[in-house]
Design a protein around this ligand. Structure first.
Ligand code: ZN
Length: 429
């Protein structure tokens, strides 16, 4: 089985020399904690979770009818409350400040020169859940990849940006920005799913979108199979040696040098999540796992294109055996790391600086300074002392699994740490 751990990759070379320290992100932390420990990001939700749009608000069918009317009746006064987020090749439109590039329908028409817009090209995202005064707001996403590039006129100061880049650029303490990231993730997952489900898996006929893009249906009258977005769960686990106070971290050859992270893998048919955690750990490292404790989960719309609706399900996995036998086809290396070393890894990682650097890149792209953006080429490790290792950034659940074990007294992500006294959803199966 190929184990895809794409979500552990995006930080790339986003980490620099070790002298920079983050400002305290939680008020509860003392000055001494700040300098003796490291960062611990208290997110209310993981990146891509906490979508502020109410996708079930209103009637999607009525919203679609309204949209179609407005598309066909170009002379009518268009509602300012209809907002569209265009995507091209999986990239959302964004502004130079890293905000999503919401545009009105008229602007979209002006952007897609000669395009024959159809309501079926749109997916309904919902309306705002955090405001009461604009219930009529309707948020939509549309994939404009089908139009030739020459006919897509991108408004000034806007550009299509990789969602991964936006993810790194988003300030995780800015709840509004994190909400927008979640909206973009939801939209991308839906649009990519539409791309992947053009034909019925039962009879092979074309599918058509239903309920404003929330599901699809086979166009064959004798089939009419209903098709819903399929969520692909991935288990991701921090394997812990409780007796010696160590955690198992691994690295893959495609990781940037010095980056270590959790094990992860797909679930096989007929397997529970706990069984998948134990099997994957055994296959990749030869370590037997006993207790498996649920930590939290994260929608992951930036995985491989073939799986736009991944759900990362995070666990602490307590080792029963300690000898490591690395499967070299899957991993480059796997080692036990002391809690102290893991804390240092979190100390060295300059997540805030990486975020600001990525945000500056988005700004440059949207201002036309840079046409493309590559995380692997644009972020170079600066000279100076290099951290011996680092772990993925706060946008990845791996970061929170690792940091909540490393700092068990801090309540990271609103999730109790079970590293010493597991309770609750413990499985001993
Ligand atoms: Zn069919």
């Amino acid at each position: 089985m190929v184990k895809l751990i794409h979500h552990l990759l995006p930080v790339s070379k986003l980490f620099f020399k070790s002298s920079y320290k983050l400002p305290p992100l939680t008020r509860a932390r003392t000055f001494s904690q700040f300098y003796t420990t490291t960062m611990s990001v208290n997110l209310q939700t993981h990146a891509f979770a906490g979508n502020p749009l109410r996708s079930k608000a209103g009637d999607p069918k009525a919203a679609l009818e309204s949209l179609k009317t407005r598309i066909s009746d170009s002379g009518a006064a268009l509602s300012p409350n209809l907002k569209v987020l265009p995507f091209r090749n999986g990239k959302p439109l964004a502004s130079s400040t890293g905000k999503l590039g919401w545009i009105g329908l008229e602007d979209l028409k002006g952007m897609l020169v000669g395009a024959d817009l159809s309501g079926d090209s749109f997916v309904y995202l919902g309306s705002r859940a955090d405001r009461d005064d604009d219930d009529d707001d309707a948020y939509w996403a549309v994939d404009v990849s089908g139009w030739e590039r020459a006919s897509v006129l991108v408004p000034e100061r806007l550009c299509f940006v990789e969602l991964r880049t936006l993810m790194v650029a988003t300030d995780w303490v800015d709840s509004a920005a994190m909400g927008n990231l979640a909206i973009a993730g939801h939209a991308r997952a839906l649009l990519e799913w539409h791309n992947l489900s053009r034909f019925c898996g039962h009879c092979g006929e074309k599918t058509v979108p239903m309920e404003a893009g929330r599901r699809k249906e086979c166009s064959n009258e004798s089939c009419k199979k209903r098709i819903y977005p399929r969520i692909d769960p991935v288990v991701i686990m921090l394997v812990i040696d409780r007796e010696n106070d160590r955690a198992l971290l691994s690295k893959q050859s495609r990781f940037v040098p010095r980056m270590w992270s959790c094990l992860a893998g797909f679930i096989e048919p007929g397997e529970s999540l706990e069984e998948a955690v134990r099997r994957e750990t055994w296959e990749e490292t030869g370590i037997e796992v006993g207790e498996v404790v649920y930590h939290s989960s994260q929608p992951w719309p930036v995985g491989p294109n073939s799986m736009p609706c991944q759900l990362m399900v995070g666990f602490f996995a307590y080792a029963k055996s300690l000898e490591i036998n690395v499967d070299k086809e899957e991993l480059e290396d796997a080692r036990w790391h002391s809690r102290e070393d893991v804390r240092k890894a979190l100390t060295f990682a300059e997540y805030k600086k990486a975020q600001k650097t990525a945000a500056a890149k988005v700004e440059q792209m949207c201002k036309g300074v840079e046409k493309t953006h590559s995380l692997t080429t644009d972020f170079n490790v600066e000279s100076g002392e290099l951290a011996p290792m680092f772990v993925p950034g706060p946008f990845a659940i791996a970061h929170h699994l690792i940091s909540s074990w490393a700092f068990p007294d801090q309540n990271v992500n609103g999730v109790e740490c079970h590293s010493k006294h597991p309770s609750g959803s413990v499985s001993n199966l």
